[in-house]
Write a protein that binds this ligand. Structure first.
Ligand SMILES: [Zn+2]
Length: 160
């Protein structure tokens, strides 16, 4: 039985995502503090979970990633390897997460640009990719998610 930490819903498009405690633990343990650089990883869903689409895995930051205070490039090779490993276990890539040096994270124009590129690359398998941004606040608004749909990005509503 997977522990569910919370649900994210996008009421206007009728979509919902269950977020596993395992994913939240990874996000929670990589908040950007002080002079830390941005970090992040990939997100995978279990599409056959019986209680709904489940965000099952967030991969941790990797030493080959490159980043600064407000930019991040995940290493292409590690991304490919993680996708292969996850696919072999029946998990599917759904997007990526990264940190921001902000209390409450706000999606930036640079994020929108890199997400558009990401969506274009995975268009076929991944029509509605998800971006998670981890801010510094420990409160519920400290971790937010957006769904990218047809050139728009829609912020998720968190439900317990
Ligand atoms: Zn960002």
């Amino acid at each position: 039985m997977t522990d569910i930490a919370w649900r994210w819903t996008w009421p206007e498009v009728g979509s919902e995502l269950l977020v596993s405690q395992e994913v939240v633990d990874v996000l929670d343990s990589h908040r950007q503090r002080g002079s830390d650089v941005e970090r992040g990883g990939q997100l995978f869903v279990n599409p056959v979970n019986c209680t709904g689409l489940l965000l099952a895995r967030a991969t941790p930051p990797h030493q080959a990633d490159r980043g600064g205070r407000s930019w991040l490039e995940l290493d292409a090779r590690r991304c490919r390897q993680e996708i292969e490993g996850a696919n072999a276990q029946g998990l599917r890539l759904v997007g990526y997460w990264h940190t921001h040096p902000q209390t409450v994270p706000v999606i930036s124009p640079a994020d929108v640009r890199s997400f558009s590129k990401f969506s274009a690359r995975y268009m076929q398998d991944l029509p509605h990719p998800i971006a998670i941004i981890v801010g510094m606040s420990d409160k519920s608004e400290g971790i937010k998610a957006w769904s990218f749909r047809g050139g728009r990005y829609i912020e998720a509503v968190r439900v317990r």
